[in-house]
Design a protein. Sequence first.
Length: 128
Amino acid sequence: MSADNGIYILECKDQYRVIYAHAIDNLFYSHLNPYNDELVPTRIIESYGKSKYTRNRDLARMIAFSMEKFYQYTEYGIKTFTIDKTWYQVLQEAKRLAPLEIEAIRNKTNNDGRWDYDIKRLEEIINR
């Protein structure tokens, strides 16, 4: 069985954020278009939104190395995602996309409650 975990640095134009996560490929998933080549702003906010930020690249890397040491084993090690936007721009784009994703979820033919948590998280983005 795969651990499917890693330490992930998000590098925005104005800050860095670091998280430990599983299934990081979900950053590329959207309820509007499941197959994306780019990071999806709503997933970025869901994944990185509660993490602290720094404006110092070296500090972000130190945090990542410390986290990797704490978790002892990561299948994917430390990876960096770079996005050519400020955190505020990502947040604003996520706020714009969140209602559209909620609508797409509600229009699914198999909407049997399994997406309720996703709707809750998208509503939290709208209310940020």
